[in-house]
Design a protein around this ligand. Structure first.
Ligand code: CMP
Length: 138
């Protein structure tokens, strides 16, 4: 079993889409093995997205991630990392396939509703950035 990390972003939480996203996650056979709803601070968001710190969108991205509560999730499934990225769809919702969460819910590249780890090392970093081992109950 593989674990991945997911965020339901402020734009989706604000539009009351938590339940709809969780429903899709469970319907696709993921187990939600940890979950919390929190308001990020700028330093926490900057640390989380540190790989993007030289990118022109870094400031807007970190600010928007602190604009309202987010839902943080640890998901488990065989091949969870790839499966979650497939369910999310392309980062830019304009390029997202039919049936993906971003096609259905996202409004723009920044307000793209969900986040997911892109590789095993990223998943380990991202899960441990927000969750302690005792909070993860497989
Ligand atoms: P996410 O999967 O959370 O990873 C980084 C985020 O930066 C991405 O989703 C987008 O919401 C945001 N972003 C804004 N502009 C860009 C861009 N030009 N390329 C990639 N990501 C971008």
């Amino acid at each position: 079993m593989e674990q991945t990390f997911a965020i339901i972003k402020p734009d989706a939480v604000e539009r009351n889409l938590i339940g709809k996203v969780l429903e899709r996650i469970e319907a696709e056979g993921f187990r939600i093995i940890s979950m919390k709803r929190v308001l990020l601070t700028i330093p926490i968001a900057e640390g989380f997205y540190h790989v993007h710190k030289e990118r022109p969108f870094f400031k807007d991205l970190t600010k928007s991630m602190c604009g309202g509560p987010v839902v943080l999730l640890v998901l488990e499934k065989e091949g969870a990392i790839k499966a979650w990225r497939k369910l999310m769809g392309a980062t830019n919702p304009a390029e997202a396939d039919e049936g993906t969460l971003r096609k259905e819910f996202a409004v723009s590249l920044e307000k793209n509703s969900v986040h997911g780890s892109d590789a095993p090392e990223t998943a380990v970093f991202e899960i441990s950035y927000f969750f302690s081992q005792t909070e993860i109950i497989p």
